[in-house]
Design a protein around this ligand. Structure first.
Ligand SMILES: Cc1cc2nc3c(=O)[nH]c(=O)nc-3n(C[C@H](O)[C@H](O)[C@H](O)COP(=O)(O)OP(=O)(O)OC[C@H]3O[C@@H](n4cnc5c(N)ncnc54)[C@H](O)[C@@H]3O)c2cc1C
Length: 355
């Protein structure tokens, strides 16, 4: 019997499994595809606590805590796995040129300063923008590398990851969860469902939360010399410079679409916006394109909850599943250990709606 069985080997499931495994729990992650796949492998890796919009003070503070947790957690992941997370600590710009977006950017800067967050008035060299603020504490990871390192850390701590295995159902029998997969039934004291856009399996619950897919397409270019190290988040696109010299250009937003092909029109629009924002990128080599599906919770923030006795859920992280991964995983394992919900997770409960 396991202490914790995790349904879904994306970054949310892996992060909770990593924390449980490091504290000595017997952990099994069951993944229908390959671990560190799903939306996780499509992510640009921004830890966007200040560049992304987080509705209300509680979510804004949670996002900042989640970003700052990565700064120490990344070293722990690297120590337990021997692999890099690609953490970069160069900060991020948010830029705007249209009157509405300039207004929105200035209001966001004022609100963040009022919360005591660091915000600077600074423009990125070489970018064609009318207004800019710089968030020196913003950071990023390489989502694929980080998730692979977390998975390795689970295995090195004695945890198991079973790939190409779909969970079909989970049933509580006494105090023990019986989890039915296509390769057999596993027993576990606790179950964490982290299935991304696939949603709940038979016998589990999302406490009424409804998920909607939001497709995102991305490109990557490789300039001869990377001209900036900071992330730049503009009105319609972002540029995320990676440690390996690539710059990720993202991302489209298509609600209701779960397909994974990259449309020529979307790629053309991303490229033309990237070159308009940062003209020197016109000379960069175009090297990659991909798409993923963000799991968004309709009308609410992500759901992190005990949705049945001993059945925990982390789902609906939309654009911020990488940002929230470690912080949420640590708090979920504390919840399982102590039997009471950490107060920090209150903004992610089923009754919360987006203000
Ligand atoms: C283009 C794009 C860019 C993004 N950029 C960022 C970014 O810069 N920063 C950020 O924080 N976030 C970003 N995101 C969002 C982020 O990728 C997601 O929020 C995050 O990956 C969600 O993680 P997850 O573990 O919940 O889901 P997933 O990564 O989708 O993992 C869920 C896993 O569960 C498995 N599964 C489902 N059902 C079952 C079952 N029954 N049995 C077994 N396995 C099952 C699936 O196969 C999948 O592997 C981006 C997303 C996209 C698409």
């Amino acid at each position: 019997m396991y202490d914790l069985l995790v349904i879904g080997g994306g970054i949310q499931g892996l992060s909770a499994a990593w924390h449980a495994a490091q504290s000595g729990a017997d952990v099994l992650v069951v993944e229908k595809g390959t671990a560190a796949g799903g939306a996780t492998k499509a992510a640009a890796g921004m830890l966007g606590a200040q560049t992304e919009r987080h509705a209300g003070e509680a979510l804004q503070r949670a996002a900042v805590s989640a970003r700052d947790y990565w700064k120490t957690w990344a070293a722990e992941i690297e120590r337990t796995s021997g692999k890099s997370t690609g953490l970069r600590l160069h900060g991020a710009y948010r830029t705007a040129s249209s009157p509405e977006c300039i207004h929105e950017l200035r209001s966001a800067a004022v609100e963040q300063k009022a919360l005591g967050l660091e915000v600077q008035s600074r423009f990125p060299d070489g970018a064609d923008v009318k207004e800019s603020v710089f968030f020196p504490q913003e950071a990023q990871v390489d989502a694929i590398q980080a998730a692979a390192a977390i998975a390795q850390g689970i295995k090195n701590a004695g945890g198991e990851i079973r790939e190409k295995t779909t969970v079909r159902a989970a049933v509580l029998s006494g105090d023990v969860w019986q989890v039915e997969t296509e390769s057999g039934i596993y027993q576990s004291r606790y179950v964490l469902q982290a299935p991304g856009i696939s949603g709940a399996v038979k016998g589990t619950s999302l406490s009424g939360a409804v998920l909607e897919p939001v497709k995102g397409e991305c490109l990557a270019v490789r300039p001869a010399v990377q001209p900036f190290k900071e992330t730049i988040v503009d009105e319609h696109i972002y540029l995320v410079p990676k440690a390996d010299g690539r710059i990720i250009i993202g991302a489209t937003e298509t609600p209701g679409d779960e397909t994974l092909d990259v449309h020529a029109g979307a790629a053309a629009q991303l490229l033309s916006r990237a070159v308009a924002l940062y003209p020197a990128l016109a000379d960069a080599a175009l090297i990659q394109h991909w798409a993923g599906v963000r799991p968004r919770r309709r009308g609410g923030p992500p759901l992190v909850a005990e949705t049945k006795p001993g059945l925990f859920t982390t789902i609906g992280h939309y654009r911020n599943g990488i940002l929230y991964a470690g912080w949420t995983g640590r708090l979920l394992t504390r919840w399982m250990d102590t039997g009471s919900r950490p107060e920090e997770l209150a903004p992610f409960s089923p009754e919360e709606v987006t203000k």
